[in-house]
Design a protein around this ligand. Structure first.
Ligand SMILES: NC(=O)c1ccc[n+]([C@@H]2O[C@H](COP(=O)([O-])OP(=O)(O)OC[C@H]3O[C@@H](n4cnc5c(N)ncnc54)[C@H](O)[C@@H]3O)[C@@H](O)[C@H]2O)c1
Length: 257
C-alpha cells in the first residue's frame, strides 16, 4: 500500500518511522501545514517524500492517514474518500460532529472504501464492540489527568471537574476527548456515553478507567499512559495503536474484534 500521512508531529513521526520498516508500504508521502516538519521527517526516511499539495498526496496514496487535528479531518477526509482512498483518523473527536460522521460514512460506502479508527490511547474497544451486539446498559469513562494537562491551575487535591454525557465533555474539554469519541462511536453514542474528568495534582501520567455494563456481564479496565516522547499532551499508546492498526490492515491475519 501507498500512504499519505497528514500531520508530521508526535504521532505522525512514529507512524512514518514504522511505515519505513514495513515491506507492505511502498510510497510514503508526507504533508503538514508546517512544511518544514514534513521536510525534516522526510530527510530521515529513505521511503518518504513531501507531497506538494494535499491533492497530489491523495493521488499518490491508497491509504490516507490523518494524525494532525480536527481541522485536518474536515479538510482531508471527504476529499480522500471521494477520490477512492481508504482513510485512518487519529483526530477522532472530529467525528463527534454527527453530520460529518454520517457524510463520511455515506461517502465511504458509496466508494467502497473504509474509515479506520484506531483504539488510540484507550483499551477495551474490542470488548465494547462485542458487548454492543447484545444489550448494552452503560459505558463510563473516567479520565484522571494532572491539572495542567486539562488547562487548569490552583487545584491542590484531586477534584471531579466534569461529570456528564460525552457530548458535553467534548464541548468543555475539546483537547481531551478523542477517547470519549472512540468509545461513543463503538458503543452508545455521544449522548449516552458517560464521562467523568478528574484533575489530580498527585499524578504524572494520564489514567483512563473504562466501565461497561450489559447483557454480557461487565467489563472494567484501567490504562496508565506514558506520554508520547515528542508531545506530552498525547499518549504513547495512541501512536502504537495506529501502528498496530496499520500492520493489521497489511496483514492477512486479523486478530481481535
Ligand atoms: N485517538 C487518540 O486516542 C488520540 C490520542 C492522542 C492524540 N490524538 C490526536 O492526534 C492528533 C495528532 O496528535 P500529535 O500528538 O501528533 O499532535 P502534534 O501537535 O505533535 O502534531 C500535529 C501535526 O499536525 C500538523 N497539522 C495540524 N493541522 C494540520 C492540517 N490542517 N493539515 C496538515 N497538518 C496539520 C501540525 O503542524 C503538527 O505538525 C491530534 O489531533 C490529537 O488530538 C488522538
Amino acid at each position: 500500500m501507498d500512504l499519505l500521512l497528514v500531520g508530521c508531529g508526535a504521532i505522525g513521526t512514529e507512524i512514518a518511522r514504522a511505515a519505513q520498516d514495513m515491506p507492505e508500504v511502498g510510497r510514503l508521502s508526507l504533508f503538514d501545514v508546517r512544511r518544514e516538519s514534513a521536510e525534516q521527517l522526510a530527510r530521515s526516511l529513505s521511503k518518504a517524500h513531501v507531497a506538494r499539495s494535499l491533492e497530489e498526496g491523495i493521488r499518490e496514496a491508497t491509504l490516507v492517514v490523518e494524525a494532525a487535528s480536527q481541522d485536518a479531518v474536515r479538510q482531508v477526509a471527504a476529499m480522500a474518500l471521494d477520490a477512492g482512498r481508504d482513510l485512518m483518523l487519529l483526530s477522532v473527536s472530529a467525528l463527534a460532529d454527527e453530520a460529518l460522521l454520517q457524510q463520511l460514512t455515506r461517502l465511504a460506502r458509496e466508494r467502497g472504501r473504509s474509515i479506520y479508527v484506531p483504539s488510540g490511547a484507550i483499551a477495551g474497544v474490542d470488548g465494547l464492540k462485542a458487548a454492543r451486539v447484545g444489550k448494552l446498559s452503560s459505558v463510563t469513562l473516567t479520565t484522571r489527568k494532572p491539572p495542567a494537562a486539562l488547562g487548569l491551575q490552583g487545584i491542590e487535591q484531586a477534584k471531579v471537574v466534569y461529570e456528564g454525557p460525552a457530548d458535553e465533555a467534548m464541548r468543555l474539554f475539546p483537547k481531551n476527548v478523542n477517547i470519549a469519541a472512540s468509545l461513543a462511536i463503538a458503543g452508545l453514542g455521544t449522548h449516552q456515553t458517560r464521562v467523568r474528568i478528574v484533575a489530580d495534582p498527585g499524578i504524572t501520567r494520564n489514567l483512563h478507567e473504562l466501565s461497561v455494563q450489559g447483557d454480557f456481564g461487565s467489563l472494567s479496565l484501567k490504562v496508565e499512559n506514558e506520554p508520547s516522547p515528542m508531545n506530552p499532551a498525547s499518549s504513547h499508546l495512541a501512536s502504537l495503536s495506529a501502528i498496530a492498526l496499520l500492520r493489521q490492515i497489511a496483514s492477512p491475519l486479523k486478530v481481535g474484534t
